[in-house]
Design a protein around this ligand. Structure first.
Ligand SMILES: Nc1nc2c(c(=O)[nH]1)N[C@H]1C(S)=C(S)[C@@H](COP(=O)(O)O)O[C@H]1N2
Ligand SMILES: [Mo]
Length: 163
């Protein structure tokens, strides 16, 4: 493993440096934990699908090492709506969306205030995503840099607040 030259203690994916996509699909049924200062809540895929559904057309995955795939229509839940549903509202500084294979992306409030905001997707082109495709995947439509924020196999959403 290469040395980490980013800020001490930060996961290597925070710096947004190039990353070889993991080709091995980790186990999991799509359930993830939302973790904040007051504890952890388990969110199942069934529960997630009851929230307000959105579709995001014209999404591309700019994969490392081969040409972009897409356009896809991703279907799922806005990350903003998930945070509201688990009672994370004002005052969060960032959330780390971390996968079962230890990859992740850091999302700040400003990332949600765009016309094509991040979603937790579980459908691709109208069909449920397979585990291999992510099952539950963070889709950040504004990200066109090697798919570093398109996190498959979400396992934890860690909420960091100022206090
Ligand atoms: N959980 C997880 N998500 C990930 C990665 C990874 O290694 N683990 N790699 C990222 C990178 S670098 C790429 S290029 C894309 C590949 O996505 P694809 O398999 O849909 O083409 O997944 C992104 N999401
Ligand atoms: Mo990538």
């Amino acid at each position: 493993m290469s040395a980490d030259h980013s800020h001490s203690g930060e996961p290597e994916w925070v710096s947004g440096h190039a990353h070889e996509p993991n080709l091995a699909t980790p186990d999991g049924d799509g359930a993830f934990q939302v973790i904040n200062a007051s504890g952890a809540q388990r969110c199942t895929l069934d529960w997630l699908t009851q929230l307000r559904r959105v579709q995001m057309a014209d999404c591309f995955i700019f994969s490392t090492g081969h040409s972009a795939s897409g356009p896809f229509v991703f279907g799922g839940i806005l990350l903003a709506d998930l945070l509201t549903a688990v009672s994370v509202s004002l005052g969060w500084r960032y959330v780390d969306v971390v996968s079962a294979d230890g990859f992740g992306a850091r999302i700040h409030p400003a990332d949600l205030s765009v016309s094509r905001p991040p979603l937790l997707a579980f459908e691709i082109d109208g069909a449920p995503m397979t585990r291999k495709q992510g099952l539950v995947r963070l889709v950040v439509p504004t990200e066109t840099d090697d798919a570093l924020r398109q996190v498959k196999w979400i396992a934890e959403i860690r909420v960091v607040t100022d206090s």
